[in-house]
Write a protein that binds this ligand. Structure first.
Ligand code: ADP
Ligand code: SF4
Ligand code: MG
Length: 401
C-alpha cells in the first residue's frame, strides 16, 4: 500500500515526487460536427493540445474565465466527451482508446469521480440524502442495501455531516453548503483515486466556501486522493492547490507550482489574473492597467485576426510580430542561486531572449526537459514542473510602464 503523507507521517513522499496518476497529452476537443485531421468546418474547437499531469495526493487547480474549456476538460477526462485527438492516461490506460463498453466499465469502477458544478444536477429530488450518496455504489456492485447505506453514512460523516439527522431528508431540505457537502460525500463514496470538482465553491458564501475547500484538502490527505479543482476565481485556489494550470480559450498558457505562478506569473494573462485578484499577493504590485493594452496605442493598431498566432494576442499589451505564430509551452527556467562571487550563468531561454527577444521562445520551443535542474529524487524530469506558452515570457516585464 502507498504511504500516505499526513501531518503524522511527514516522511511519506510529497505529491510532486509520486508517479503520475493522470497524464493528459495533446488533448483537443471540438463540439459540433466531429472534426478530422482534414476538416474543422462545422465544429468549434474548445480545447487545443492540452498537456496536464496529476499525481496521487495532490490538488491541481484549473483556472480560466467562463468559456475557456474547464468543464470540457473535466468531462473529457471522465469519458463524457470524446476528444478529436490526444491521450488521457489514467493509471497507465488511455481512456480515449476504450470502446463504449469498456468506457462504461471504466466509469463503473468509481476510481474517477466528477462533481458537477451544480449540486442539484446530480441529486435526484425524489431520493433521500442517504440514497443520493449511495447511488454510485450500485454501479460499482457494492453488495447489499444495508452495506450501501452503511458506506453512505460513512461518507457523510467524512464530510462532516450528521448522517443520522440528514440522511433521511431530501436535498431540497438542505442548505446550499450542506448540498455541496452531500455532492462531495457522493463523489468519495466509491473511494476514487481522482476527483474532478467543477466550481465547487462558486455558489457558496465565504464561510461555506472555506469549509468545502478545507474539506477537500483534508480528504486528499486522509484518502490519498488526487483532486482537480476547477475555478474561475484564482483566490479560491490560493489556499489549497499545490499546482495550478491556467486555461485561456482552450489553450493551457501556464502551469506550475501555485506559489510560483501567483508570485511570479510568466504569462501576461496569468499576470493579469493575479493583478486583478484583490486577495492574491502580487509580485511588485502589478496593476491591471500596466498589463492591459494601452487604449491610445490599441486604437491605432490593426485588429488582431482571430485564430492567428497566440490566442491571447488580441488582449495582450506585449504582442509583437513573433506572436503571429502560436507559442508552444516551454519549461520556465528555475531560478538558479547566484554565487557570492558573481552571477549565475544565463539559462538557454534567457540567452536566447537577450540575443533575439522575438525568437527566444521559438528557439526553445521544444527543448528537452533535461535542461531543467532537477533535485535528486525530485519531480520526473521528463515533465517540466512549470511551463509557459508565450514568446516574450522572459522579456515582457521589461516593457512595463
Ligand atoms: N455541449 C456543448 N455543445 C456545444 N458547445 C459547447 C458545449 N459545451 C460547452 N460548449 C462551448 O464550449 C466552450 C467551453 O465551454 P466549457 O467547457 O463549459 O467552459 P468553462 O467550463 O470554462 O466555462 C464554450 O464556448 C461553450 O459555449
Ligand atoms: S505570445 Fe505574444 S501575444 Fe501571446 S501572451 Fe506572449 S507576448 Fe502576448
Ligand atoms: Mg464550466
Amino acid at each position: 500500500m502507498t504511504a500516505v503523507r499526513t501531518d503524522e507521517n511527514p516522511s511519506a513522499p510529497a505529491p510532486e515526487n509520486r508517479a503520475p496518476l493522470l497524464e493528459i497529452s495533446g488533448l483537443t476537443v471540438s463540439y459540433g460536427r466531429r472534426a478530422t485531421a482534414l476538416r474543422r468546418a462545422g465544429s468549434t474547437r474548445v480545447l487545443s493540445g492540452v498537456d496536464l499531469t496529476v499525481r496521487a495526493g495532490e490538488i491541481l487547480g484549473i483556472i480560466g474565465e467562463t468559456g475557456s474549456g474547464k468543464t470540457t476538460l473535466a468531462r473529457a477526462t471522465v469519458g463524457l466527451v470524446r476528444p478529436d485527438a490526444g491521450e488521457i492516461g489514467f493509471e497507465g490506460r488511455d481512456v480515449t482508446r476504450l470502446s463504449r463498453r469498456d468506457l462504461r466499465g471504466f466509469r463503473r469502477t468509481g476510481r474517477v469521480q466528477y462533481m458537477f458544478q451544480d449540486p442539484l444536477r446530480s441529486q435526484d429530488p425524489e431520493l433521500t440524502v442517504r440514497q443520493v450518496v449511495a447511488e454510485p455504489l450500485a454501479s460499482v456492485g457494492a453488495a447489499t442495501r444495508q452495506e450501501r447505506a452503511r458506506r453512505a453514512d460513512e461518507a457523510l460523516t467524512l464530510v462532516g455531516l450528521d448522517a443520522g439527522a440528514l440522511g433521511p431528508r431530501t436535498p431540497a431540505q438542505l442548505s446550499g453548503g450542506q448540498r455541496q457537502r452531500v455532492s462531495l460525500a457522493r463523489a468519495i463514496v466509491t473511494r476514487p483515486r481522482l476527483l474532478l470538482s467543477d466550481e465547487p465553491v462558486s455558489a457558496l458564501d465565504a464561510s461555506n466556501r472555506n469549509l468545502v475547500l478545507s474539506l477537500l484538502d483534508r480528504l486528499r490527505r486522509e484518502l490519498d486522493l488526487a483532486v482537480v479543482v476547477i475555478s474561475h476565481d484564482l483566490s479560491s485556489l490560493a489556499g489549497i492547490a499545490d499546482r495550478v494550470a491556467v486555461l485561456y480559450r482552450g489553450r493551457l498558457v501556464e502551469q506550475g507550482p501555485i506559489s510560483e505562478v501567483l508570485e511570479h506569473p510568466r504569462h501576461p494573462y496569468t499576470a493579469l489574473l493575479t493583478a486583478s485578484a484583490p486577495s492574491v499577493r502580487r509580485e511588485h504590485r502589478l496593476l491591471p492597467a500596466q498589463l492591459r493594452p494601452d487604449p491610445v496605442l490599441a486604437a491605432g493598431r490593426t485588429p488582431w485576426p482571430d485564430d492567428e498566432g497566440c490566442v491571447f494576442a488580441p488582449r495582450c499589451r506585449f504582442a509583437g510580430p513573433a506572436c503571429r505564430e502560436e507559442p508552444a509551452a516551454v519549461p520556465v527556467p528555475v531560478p538558479i542561486p547566484v554565487p557570492a562571487s558573481g552571477t549565475a550563468a544565463p539559462t538557454p531561454v534567457e540567452t536566447a531572449a537577450r540575443t533575439a527577444p522575438e525568437t527566444a521562445a521559438r528557439a526553445t520551443a521544444r527543448p528537452t526537459a533535461t535542461r531543467l535542474p532537477s533535485p535528486a529524487g525530485g519531480p520526473d524530469p521528463s515533465r517540466p514542473h512549470h511551463t509557459v506558452a508565450c514568446h516574450h515570457a522572459a522579456t515582457w516585464r521589461g516593457g512595463l510602464g
